[in-house]
Design a protein around this ligand. Structure first.
Ligand SMILES: NC(=O)C1=CN([C@@H]2O[C@H](COP(=O)(O)OP(=O)(O)OC[C@H]3O[C@@H](n4cnc5c(N)ncnc54)[C@H](O)[C@@H]3O)[C@@H](O)[C@H]2O)[C@H](O)CC1
Ligand SMILES: [K+]
Length: 499
């Protein structure tokens, strides 16, 4: 089973390093270009930073740091290198870079628990060579960087972040900007990494792009470019039935809002007809809130539910507010047996975890990390330790398309390269946001997108709507209902911010 580390692990990047050295005809040249490119980003971003402290590790990331420091000296800045006593530069490239810095009059100071006064800190402690296996305790140094107060520029990877997966096993640098070298790293765009990278800048090191044709970069996984293509076709057929009949099932007692949010999102994402099957008690509230939806009450448990599922839905989404009591269980079993394209969310996923089975390939699962853990029989920490691997494992086990929610949503499907949503913000971590996504996925399926594209389009639409709403009134206090007008706006190509 492939994992992200196969793509961006040390072996892959070692190969990339060799490619870079061959392309430059000199093994030191990529390091010289990396340190210099990072300096250019610093000079542009912090033009008045005079006192620059570069924290160098023992490896080639540290080597980039020495090159950066030399460049800063040459440009008249007060550049100082600080390193752990144990972090003598490794023989070879890093040692050469350190030697050139010292030969130019550069100073190296051992870390003594605090960092000197600085206008800018440069994190060259660890790059792609960082592994989650705890080495000597670098946490005090990382904490000193994070508490210093000066802006932080990270070289290649914020130290303490696992580049291949986005996992943050311990202390990690919180950068204001991260300059990635050669390829955009998918791991830096998902999971906890998104809280550490700051603004991402890519330094290609002026390598010939054909050199990288076999190295898949995160850019190829980023959905926006695809979504614009999918959503570009304008609505043509004027018959509402031709834009998807979507049936939404859920809303047990006390959870009626979830299925109503789902219905609103499905309509705002372009579904033609939306039908809601919920508890009798929620019918009037649902109609009051979303009069465009046809809302029906499920029969009480005494009657077979199958009748309630009759009709000609193109897709059934089940789970928002479903609960796991006999009402929810019987609805779930009926839907699972219906043979209709399905979107399973929330309690439908929890019920699936209790009775796992292979699903029709057109099914879309939309778990958050907790639901993913239950579906895989592991902890949330295990899921987050390698989100790409976790998404792949869910696809492997259930045979469905998987939308692994959380920072940097990942969409995976059988036989497909996983996709990554490089959008969304922490303000979206509130109840009800997932219900919107479920409605959007159902709407995209109903409009004829194939499941992997439908899930990708909906996930981007959802995250972009969250970013658009947060850009106006902030992330704190962001509510699902703030997103629904944006779902409509951004599902129309003329409003796409990414084209
Ligand atoms: N890929 C390229 O084409 C280029 C890469 N460059 C830079 O090189 C680094 C990768 O350098 P590497 O020496 O492989 O590893 P790091 O410098 O990231 O790590 C140094 C060293 O740290 C030790 N270590 C690992 N994990 C831990 C831990 N948990 N605790 C303590 N110590 C740890 C381990 O011994 C590592 O070897 C890449 O990121 C780029 O910045 C080139 O300069 C540009 C081209
Ligand atoms: K770094």
């Amino acid at each position: 089973m492939p994992t992200a580390s196969d793509l961006y692990g040390p072996d892959a990047l070692r190969a990339l390093e060799a490619l870079a050295a061959d392309a430059c005809g000199d093994a030191f040249e990529p390091m010289r270009r990396a340190g210099s490119a990072a300096y250019e980003v610093a000079a542009r971003s912090w033009p008045r930073a005079q006192r620059i402290v570069v924290i160098c590790g023992p490896g080639n990331n540290g080597g980039d740091g020495y090159v950066f420091a030399l460049r800063a000296l040459e440009q008249g800045r007060d550049a100082l290198v600080v390193r752990m006593p144990a972090h003598q530069p490794r023989p070879g490239l890093a040692s050469r870079a350190c030697g050139e810095f010292l030969a130019a009059g550069g100073l190296v100071q051992e870390f003594n628990g605090t960092l000197p006064v600085a206008d800018l800190l440069v994190d060259a402690l660890f790059g792609i060579g960082f592994s989650r296996v705890p080495g000597e305790d670098t946490a005090p140094l990382i904490d000193a960087i994070n508490s210093h107060g000066a802006p932080v520029l990270a070289l290649d990877v914020p130290s303490g972040v696992v580049a291949a997966t986005g996992a943050v096993p311990g202390a990690a640098v919180e950068a204001g900007c991260t300059v990635e070298f050669i390829v955009a790293k998918a791991g830096l765009r998902t999971g906890a990494a998104r809280d550490h990278v700051g603004r991402l800048e890519l330094a290609s090191l002026s390598l010939d792009p054909t050199l990288l044709e076999n190295v898949e970069s995160a850019a190829e996984r980023l959905v926006p470019a695809d979504l614009a293509r999918w959503l570009r076709p304008r609505r043509r057929d004027s018959h509402k039935g031709r834009h998807g009949r979507v049936l939404l099932v859920g809303g047990d007692h006390g959870h009626g809002g979830a299925i109503i949010l789902c219905a609103e999102a499905a309509l705002r994402s372009g579904a033609g007809l939306v039908e809601v099957l919920t508890r009798e008690a929620h019918v009037s509230g649902a109609l009051a809130r979303v009069p465009e939806a046809m809302v029906r009450a499920t029969p009480d448990a005494a009657q077979p539910v199958a009748a309630a599922l009759s009709g000609h839905a193109d897709v059934i989404a089940i789970g928002p507010g479903l609960g796991q009591d006999c009402w929810g269980r019987s609805l779930f079993e009926e839907v699972r047996a219906s043979g209709t394209a399905m979107v399973l969310d929330a309690d439908a996923l929890n019920l699936l975890a209790l009775s796992p089975c292979r699903l029709p390939s057109g099914t879309v699962l939309t778990p958050h990390p907790g639901e993913a853990g239950r579906l895989l029989g592991c902890t949330v920490a295990d899921v987050q330790a390698d989100r790409f691997a976790s998404a792949a494992a869910l696809v492997e086990r259930y045979g469905a398309v998987v939308v692994l929610k959380g920072a940097g949503t990942i969409i995976a499907a059988p036989g497909r390269t996983p996709r990554l949503i490089d959008a969304g913000n922490p303000g979206m971590a509130v109840g009800g946001m997932g219900d919107l996504l479920t409605g959007a996925v159902a709407a995209m399926l109903g409009q004829g997108l194939e499941p992997f594209d439908a899930a990708s389009a909906a996930a981007l639409l959802h995250s972009a709507a969250g970013d658009a709403a947060a850009a106006i009134d902030g992330q704190r206090g962001l509510l699902p209902t703030d997103l629904t007008p944006w779902l409509r706006r951004l599902s129309n190509p003329e409003f796409h911010p990414w084209t």
